[in-house]
Design a protein around this ligand. Sequence first.
Ligand code: ATR
Length: 286
Amino acid sequence: MADSKQAFVTGYPIKHSRSPLIHNYWLQRYGIEGSYRAIENSPDSFPQFLKTLHEQGLRGGNVTIPHKEVAFSLCLKRDAAAEAIGAVNTLWFDGDNILNGGNTDAYGFAANLDAQMPDWDAGRDGAKTALVLGAGGASRAVLYALLQRGFEKIILINRTIERAQALADHFGERVEAHGWDKAQGFVGRADVIINTTSLGMSGHGEVQDFPLDLSHAKSGTLATDIVYIPLETPFLAQARAAGLRCVDGLGMLLHQAVPGFEHWFGVRPDVTDELRQIILADILKA
Ligand code: ATR
């Protein structure tokens, strides 16, 4: 195993991560001799873990909560997405053995929509407008993706308006921050509506009705959630009932894994329906 390609996912806790299932599926599919495993690191042990990746025979890996910001500060080079988002979720060594950090969440978000709804970023009446609900870590990746795809106006709604305003200041004048009291007024203007809040996420309290009436959305509006447990969130259920085009969040998880696998194992893997079914089955049995 000494020469084989080894990668990891680390977080705290890490036992619920589905990344090993994804990468081991691809390793098998492409007949690559390698491994990808979950390694738990507390905030105390994480910096030393990163410094000794080479000694451990690790080519790189994924970083998840709560280490994404520390990983950002500890790697020597970062890609443009990581710089803009302020967090690193993928690590690899380049040809000079320098530890690089990237953020693949924005890529995963856009690639999932490209796969499920190819015209999602076309803008039906010229200007493209997005309504983004939530201003946490995941929202940063979504905002970056939308800006990269040329959205002219992004309305950012958050319960804590200061957090939304901080993101609007960071990402520039195309992003406009508002509280939930203004959200309803923007529903009819959006081409894409994205829920990045934890409202309706399994384990975060029951939400019967998502606090937004989507029935006045323009026809053809796309609704997507970054939460994938449950697959049909209260937000998506409401959007579907209102006749919106819906894309669930599971594909983002699968697509964000693609660039890392390519870095460590040298093959750009496909997100197949078989992979989606494997992850879905695992979610359902949990
Ligand atoms: P992540 O990094 O996954 O985005 P987060 O940083 O905890 O997670 O952000 C969760 C998001 O859900 C935030 O936008 C949060 O709003 P606040 O910034 O005001 O906390 C939002 N959220 C969580 N519970 C909510 C609730 N009951 N009503 C409205 N927004 C909620």
